[in-house]
Ligand binder design. Structure first.
Ligand code: FES
Length: 251
């Protein structure tokens, strides 16, 4: 028996391929689960990762993005951008403790009605086997946190620049290889995740770096480094001194 027999699933479908594939599935009277709420977009590359996390925050149990097959995008490379963003989305979900299976990017052409029905059926089964996203407060909080992380300005900049930095290089014509870029991205996702966690820890009561470190299970050195960085950008402020150590509050 599935854990969530009636999941809410949002599907972002590219107008030129997957949406037409869905249409064909309908015209051909193919059977597939009715749990998908479809949003038509002009290209899978139009999907901003924030859309996905906002859907989870609004209690979607799963989000599916369907675009044209690689090489078939009507805007040439939109689906390659979508694939890069999908990698980022999966990482943020994992970092925030949300099952990454709740999100999937796949390709369906206009002629693939049966494939559309199959992809939707498989994804629905997968989501039915997970608990509803609003089952616990904890899961809802994780969804909220993932949205905040995805909205971080630096991360958004990195996503936008990934293709340029890894294929054409930076302003000094230095090419960043994909592995190196992934490392930079991972570090920034973790940092942003921790910064948001720190802010929620000190929302009501000022804390010392060692207390924050203990609460987040990180080293005091890392907590202090992050606090200094956050203080520079006004995200936290020093409240007072206790036992010769500063206590921080939200800035
Ligand atoms: S037009 Fe379909 S993915 Fe770009």
């Amino acid at each position: 028996m599935s854990k969530n027999p009636k999941p809410k699933i949002i599907g972002f479908l590219c107008n030129w391929c997957a949406y037409a594939g869905a249409d064909l599935a309908g015209v051909s009277r193919l059977q597939y689960p009715p749990d998908l709420r479809i949003i038509r977009v002009m290209c899978s590359g139009r999907i901003d990762p924030v859309f996905i996390f906002r859907a989870f925050k609004l209690k979607a149990d799963g989000v599916l993005v369907l675009g044209c097959h690689p090489g078939d995008c009507h805007y040439q490379s939109g689906n390659y951008y979508a694939a890069r963003k999908a990698k980022f989305i999966t990482k943020v979900l994992q970092m925030c403790g949300i099952e990454s299976e709740r999100f999937m990017l796949d390709w369906v052409s206009a002629a693939e009605g049966p494939r559309f029905a199959e992809v939707v059926s498989d994804f629905t089964r997968r989501i039915q086997n997970l608990p509803p996203i609003n089952e616990t407060d904890e899961l809802e909080k994780k969804a909220e946190l993932s949205l905040k992380v995805a909205e971080t300005e630096r991360l958004r900049w990195l996503i936008g620049k990934e293709a340029d930095l890894t294929t054409q290089g930076n302003v000094y014509n230095e090419l960043i290889d994909q592995k190196q870029f992934d490392k930079i991205m991972d570090k920034n996702i973790r940092e942003s995740f921790l910064m948001h966690q720190i802010r929620s820890l000190i929302v009501d009561n000022p804390l010392k770096p060692s207390e924050i470190a203990e609460g987040l299970n990180i080293s005091a050195k890392e907590a202090f480094r992050l606090l200094l960085k956050m203080e520079d950008s006004g995200l936290v402020a020093q409240h007072d001194m206790q036992d010769r150590y500063p206590r921080f509050v939200q800035g």
